[in-house]
Design a protein around this ligand. Sequence first.
Ligand code: GRG
Length: 296
Amino acid sequence: MFEQSLAQTAELVEGRLSEILSGHDRVARGAPERLLAAMRHGTLGGGKRLRPFLLIESARIFGIQDDAVLDIACALEAIHCYSLVHDDLPAMDDDDLRRGRPTVHKAYDDATAILAGDSLLTLAFGLVAGASKIPPEARVRIAALLSADAGAGGMAGGQALDLAAEQSALSEDEIARMQAMKTGALIAFACEGGAIAAAASSEDQRRLRRFGEIIGLAFQLADDLLDETADAAQLGKAAGKDRARGKKTLPALKGIEWTRNRLAALVAEAESELAPFGDKATVLLEAARFIASRDR
Ligand code: GRG
């Protein structure tokens, strides 16, 4: 049931992103065809679209329909996809495959992959600015929040800390901080951004931020647990490569049982954050459970 609604939202997001990246939409009009094709390669045809789903469902709690926040959800996905395109580059993770297909720099070239990522990042802010069903003040706040969560104090900063950590030992707290920035910030943005778009009260915005931070931690822990427990051959070479490079993860530091217990505790925390919303938050709670127990 939950997976069905996730798949439905993924289809909606895919359709809108495909329209935007056709080059006819205002935000990408006039783009060179090869660059657009590289952006489509990095964005369309795969991905769970979990972040847009969280944003849409966070707004839905307050009675906002998905079409009103769809472009903001697509902006978030565009930033997520840019981060994957850049993360796969030789200067970072140097991966050949993403979502079962050649990475953008393999299918095109490094310079095109850099520009495709840059263009997806800048496209995102155009989409937020043009989300005409959301009041202008909310759009400005969302743009500022997205900038903070995607930038040097958020995802990009977390990536920098992660790269630096290959050369040094990190404590449990340092790993948690790096991951909260690298993967947690965009997930927290999804939940808070949905609440801002819906003009929720400040208290509810904060509550959804905290919920997002909790499930962001769970997302990364579950991801690292998958890497830790999977056979490298089964996962493709990425997990084995991360281990060989000495990537710092909590499951590696604390063990598998500790991680499973921590995931269960995070789901319980997420549940208590959502309690005041009652039945309206059922889907978000299912999302938290999905994230903590995911196998892909
Ligand atoms: C290059 C600025 C910059 C940042 C990169 C997010 C990130 C930072 C790197 C990705 C590395 C990675 C694989 C991290 C593990 C967690 C993660 C983000 C997994 C991919 O996200 P999913 O599972 O992917 O939502 P799909 O394909 O479903 O969109």
